[in-house]
Design a protein around this ligand. Structure first.
Ligand code: GTP
Ligand code: MG
Length: 458
């Protein structure tokens, strides 16, 4: 993970474009710049140069900029080559650079290696490094803004402030540990409990923000489930705004999962239409139904769709059984929204649907705006993108872990149950968890795992 050889990679996306950027990073790139262009480049200035092949023929005319360490993205010397953006051309430029700088040890970069070097050289912390990947992958404007805020250090600063508060408290506690008889007095005088409660409140706020941030980054898996013919595929088409799934009056039309990603108020929704759930002897359909159950088991939110027509039919019993089965299959914390479809067929003579039920028509679009709001609410979206940051499951796990230890610390500081050394130990463990977010206290293998998920050139 920490090799020191100079590295090279194309930084821009594959494909044709006006420009294509190649980056080289290494401890001292003056010899490589000289090998490529036969001159020393004045730092941080744009130089219009020609790169030539072994026979002296021009490969490309390009702009080269030499950023001298530590004032660069990676904190090392960086040579940025702004070439013309043809895939074949960039390949040739790369090959020529590797050839000319062979004696300097130039090699192709590993995925994420530029960002890893920036992290190892303290240009950014781990949460900021992750924000770079998230910024590049962001699927909505809100996700871009959230990732940009994290990259600016908003999230890291909040985490660091919290670590600082815990550190102050630890210093106080640990200096008192040798005087057990003063434990109670210490807690009173230092207002330790009050300070701990403040830490706990700030941690809760941070967790809430991170939960929202994870929704912005990863989106929500919404599974449309229900009996055949209730209109699941019609609803998917309505939500997607196009005909992505086949709709027919024949029960058992959908055989396989159909997935469509849509954007609801800036939140990515991955909506999965499934095969209608019923007993069947049809081999293909029953395989499809197995897949429906698999989707339900992995959902963040299940929309249990019903046909209002069916409510008085003998099949209503099946609906109740189906509801129970769905509830049993759900992953923990997954919500179910029960929705009644085909409201356009509801006439005055029909008995009205139960109070508070969510009534829609996939055909006319009636009730869909309300459904969208309910989907966002049920999935835990707080509705505000103001000040949102982007975050990952890794961050949430660390925050949850820290919250656990703070809660235990509160117990050890409670009246009649005071144990300063256990209190101090829980503070230390909470601090460790928070430190993992910014990478201050991260096992090496985890670091490798995080950066290997980046693309080459990042
Ligand atoms: N009147 C009316 N008909 C609807 C509505 N939604 C769906 N339908 C009709 O109901 C029938 C079944 O719709 P689908 O969307 O294929 O139902 P499905 O739940 O996907 O069915 P399977 O794939 O078989 O499980 C079709 O004839 C649709 O046109 C609605 O809101 N109003
Ligand atoms: Mg269908």
């Amino acid at each position: 993970m920490t090799r020191r050889v100079p590295i090279i990679a194309v930084a821009t996306a594959p494909g044709k474009a006006g420009l294509g950027v190649i980056r080289i990073s290494g401890t001292n790139l003056t010899p490589i710049a000289t090998a490529l262009f036969q001159k020393v480049l004045k730092p941080r200035e744009a130089h219009l140069l020609t790169l030539r092949d072994a026979s002296g023929a021009a490969i490309d005319q390009l702009i080269a900029i030499h950023f001298v360490a530590p004032a660069s993205f990676t904190g090392e010397d960086v040579l940025e080559l702004q070439c013309h953006g043809g895939p074949q051309l960039l390949e040739l430029v790369m090959r020529r650079c590797l050839e000319l700088a062979k004696d300097d040890g130039l090699v192709i970069a590993e995925p994420g290696e530029f960002t890893l070097r920036a992290y190892l050289n303290d240009k950014i912390d781990l949460a900021q490094a992750e924000a770079i990947a998230d910024l590049i992958e962001a699927q909505s404007e809100a996700a871009v803004r959230g990732a940009a805020r994290s990259l600016q250090g908003t999230f890291s600063n909040d985490v660091n402030d919290l670590i600082e508060e815990i550190t102050q408290l630890r210093i106080l506690v640990e200096s008192t540990l040798d005087f057990p008889e003063e434990e109670i007095e210490f807690l009173e005088n230092a207002q330790a409990r009050e300070r701990l409660n403040r830490v706990s409140d700030r941690l809760s706020a941070l967790r809430e923000g991170a939960k929202q941030g994870k929704i912005l980054r990863d989106g929500i898996q919404v599974v449309l489930a229900g009996a055949p013919n209730v209109g699941k595929s019609s609803l998917l088409n309505r939500l997607a705004g196009e005909e992505v799934a086949i709709v027919t009056p024949i029960a058992g039309t959908t055989r396989d999962r159909v997935k469509e990603s849509i954007n609801l108020d800036g939140v990515p929704m991955h909506v999965i239409d499934t095969a209608g759930l019923r007993e069947t002897d049809d081999v293909v359909e029953s395989k499809g139904i197995e897949r429906s159950w698999d989707a339900i088991r992995l959902a963040d939110l299940v929309i249990f769709l019903k046909d209002f027509n069916a409510k008085d039919s003998p099949e209503a019993a099946t609906e109740e059984t189906l509801r129970k089965e769905i509830l049993r299959a759900l992953p923990p914390k997954c919500e179910v929204l029960e929705v009644i479809n085909k409201s356009d067929l509801l006439s005055k003579v029909d008995s009205p649907p139960p109070e508070g039920s969510l009534l829609i028509s996939a055909k006319t679009g009636s009730g869909i705006a309300d459904l969208n709001r309910k989907i966002l609410g049920a999935a835990g979206w707080g509705g505000s993108q103001e000040g949102a940051i982007i975050s990952r499951r890794r961050h949430l796990n660390c925050l949850d872990g820290a919250a656990d230890h703070i809660e235990k610390a509160q117990k050890f500081a409670a009246n009649g149950n005071i144990s300063l050394d256990l209190f101090a130990e829980e503070l230390r463990l909470a601090q460790d968890q928070l430190g993992q977010i910014t990478g201050k206290l991260l096992p090496d293998d985890l670091l490798g795992k995080i950066f290997s998920q980046f693309c080459i050139g990042k």
